[in-house]
Write a protein that binds this ligand. Structure first.
Ligand SMILES: Cc1cc2nc3c(=O)[nH]c(=O)nc-3n(C[C@H](O)[C@H](O)[C@H](O)COP(=O)(O)O)c2cc1C
Length: 492
């Protein structure tokens, strides 16, 4: 197996990053089970770092099947924090059917310390479980757009010994500095974009590691490798140019990938079906990436035989694959939903790039499976509610204080907060929809379940066709990526 060594520039312990990266997939699609399987097979298993606090407390309310969360919490460096979490959230018998989950408060720039501890502990748990029982390499994926949880999630992951951090969906120029400081248990302040803020007004998301560890012995931490997820050479060049923001490598993600996509360059144009049109300017030239002198992995429809070789021939260190793992057995997607998606895709359901669905404003891939929020009727019938709030953006209120709003929240509330009504059109609640897709959906008044929302890359149709009745394991997926193609082995 080929390994690339990155991280030398900083003088940190070099961590080997394998040639195949199982992409981070939120919320909890790439949970610890999938990441652990991939890492134990010798490739990079990545857990999603999105909304881990709510994921953990919902697993605890469901009775913590297998005792995994509690086993990991028992290893959290501050036993008092772990005990409080178990006392507050664990329900030994699980939730009676139809009972709503108790929920965590929405994050703000100045969270209650106990909530910050919960986020740190949740990230610790996810990475701890992904690393348990093997010597492989585990990564954590974060979205730049969700800054409110970033310092606490990174710190929790560091405490559990995360090897690689991957951040996309924005300009992750602050991550190298954050990782340097958090590795030394130093206080960090991550600036938050506040819409309408006046010059000189700054709002930061702060984390004080020494408060979190509250008098316990500070463990020695290893600085993880940082890979920036980019979709343009312009952004990669900007990041690579300055040592303070330079990552250790890149994942270069094309527009066919699952989840969020970068918007097309230039003015956005839509085709007849309402999907953004991507053109030659959106295709990244691997030669230009190679010229930056940092290793890079290619993503977006690389999840099949022969593509690893293609990527390496183009100068890449390897590939990042998402969709093929999302539909493997260890994926966090609800089992029944996963099979239904594959069935319906075989029958003609499709993946579309929706320019409006995500409150972030980035295009988002949606699969139009019956009964899910990807179908317009289901989305329209859902009563808007914002009780999780991970994608809220900060704005300046008239009195100078900071408020939070999301274009997928109830329209009148959004408009009352100064948001524009046209920005609410077509928005889906990714928080509730994605949690429902992994079997952790909220139950509303009258017993109505939140509809799931399914995302996947354009590879899904091929995967649905090729996958036999029983979905493959993640190890099978890996074997399919590394087996030499029949083509290349055919005698001439
Ligand atoms: C279900 C799903 C969820 C995803 N969520 C995220 C995410 O939270 N953060 C991220 O950086 N990428 C996310 N991605 C993108 C993957 O990490 C990966 O880059 C992409 O899927 C690669 O392209 P492929 O789907 O064609 O293999 C997601 C992809 C899928 C399929």
């Amino acid at each position: 197996m080929t390994y690339r060594h990155v991280g030398r520039l900083r003088g940190v312990t070099a961590t080997a990053v394998p040639e195949i990266i199982q992409g981070g997939m939120g919320v909890a699609v790439s949970g610890w089970r999938l990441a652990r399987t991939v890492a134990a097979e010798g490739q990079l298993g990545v857990v999603s770092g999105v909304a881990l606090d709510v994921v953990m407390v919902r697993r605890l309310q469901d009775g913590d099947p297998g005792g995994h969360v509690r086993r990991a919490l028992a290893r959290f460096p501050v036993p008092g924090v772990a005990e409080q979490i178990v006392d507050r959230w664990y329900r030994p018998e699980g939730r009676p059917p139809g009972t709503p989950y108790r929920t965590v408060p929405k994050l703000t720039a100045a969270p209650d310390p106990a909530h910050q501890d919960l986020v740190v502990a949740a990230a610790f748990v996810e990475v701890f479980l992904a690393k348990e029982g093997h010597e492989g390499t585990v990564g954590l994926n974060l979205l730049e757009k969700i800054r409110l949880a970033t310092p606490a999630t990174l710190y929790g992951a560091l405490l559990a010994g995360v090897d690689v951090v991957l951040v996309g969906a924005g300009i992750p120029d602050r991550i190298p500095g954050l990782l340097d400081r958090l590795t030394r248990h130093e206080t960090v302040a991550l600036p938050l974009d506040v819409e309408g803020a006046e010059a000189g007004e700054e709002t930061n998301v702060e984390l004080e590691p020494r408060r979190v560890l509250a008098g316990t012995v500070l463990p020695d931490l290893r600085r993880p490798v940082f890979l920036a997820i980019v979709s343009s050479v312009v952004l990669a060049t900007y990041l690579a140019r300055d040592p303070s923001r330079r990552p250790d490598g890149f994942v270069v993600e094309g527009a066919s990938a699952g989840g969020h996509n970068a918007p097309p360059r230039g003015r956005q144009q839509l085709d007849d079906s309402g999907q953004p049109i991507y053109g030659p300017r959106d295709v990244v030239d691997p030669g230009a990436m190679a010229a930056l002198g940092l290793p890079f992995w290619l993503a977006g429809s690389y999840g099949r035989e022969g593509r690893l070789e293609d990527a390496r021939a183009a100068g890449a260190a390897g590939i990042q694959v998402g969709t093929a793992f999302a539909y493997s057995r260890e994926s966090g997607l609800d089992d029944a939903l996963r099979l239904r998606v594959l069935d319906e895709v075989r029958e003609g359901a499709s993946v579309r790039t929706d320019p409006l669905a995500s409150p972030t404003g980035y295009p988002f891939k949606v699969v139009d499976v019956e009964g899910t929020a990807g179908v317009p009727d289901v989305a329209a019938a859902r009563r808007r509610v914002c009780d999780l709030g991970y994608l809220r953006v900060a704005y300046r209120k008239a009195d100078g204080s900071v408020g939070y709003r999301c274009p997928a929240e109830p329209v009148d509330a959004y408009v009352r907060k100064g948001g524009r009504v046209e920005d609410t059109v077509g928005r889906l609640c990714l928080c509730n929809g994605l949690l429902a897709a992994v079997g952790l959906g909220q139950v509303r008044a009258g017993g109505r379940a939140e509809p799931p929302l399914v995302t996947a890359g354009e590879d899904l149709a091929r995967i649905a066709r090729d996958v036999p009745d029983a979905p493959p394991s993640a190890a099978d997926v890996l074997r399919g990526l590394t087996v030499p193609t029949a083509r290349s082995h055919r005698p001439r």
